[in-house]
Design a protein around this ligand. Structure first.
Ligand SMILES: [Zn+2]
Length: 65
C-alpha cells in the first residue's frame, strides 16, 4: 500500500494590514519600521536621527454634507 504523500508546502503569510513608516524630519526619506529594526541604529541615510511617524493612507468614505 502506498499512500499519496501530499506535502502541504503552502506557507500562510500574514497579510500586512498596516505598516508603520517613519519619515526623516530633515530630508523626508520614508523608512518602514521593518527596515529600521534591521538597522543597528535608527538613523537616516542623511545622518539625521529624528523620525516622525507616518500614518499609512487610510481609505475612508466620508460623507460630506
Ligand atoms: Zn534624512
Amino acid at each position: 500500500m502506498s499512500e499519496p504523500n501530499q506535502e502541504n508546502t503552502s506557507i500562510e503569510e500574514k497579510p500586512v494590514s498596516f505598516s508603520v513608516a517613519y519619515a526623516c524630519m530633515r530630508c523626508g526619506t520614508q523608512v518602514s519600521q521593518s527596515e529600521l529594526t534591521r538597522l543597528p541604529e535608527i538613523k537616516c541615510i542623511c545622518g539625521f536621527r529624528v523620525f516622525t511617524k507616518v500614518r499609512p493612507p487610510v481609505v475612508k468614505t466620508i460623507k460630506a454634507f
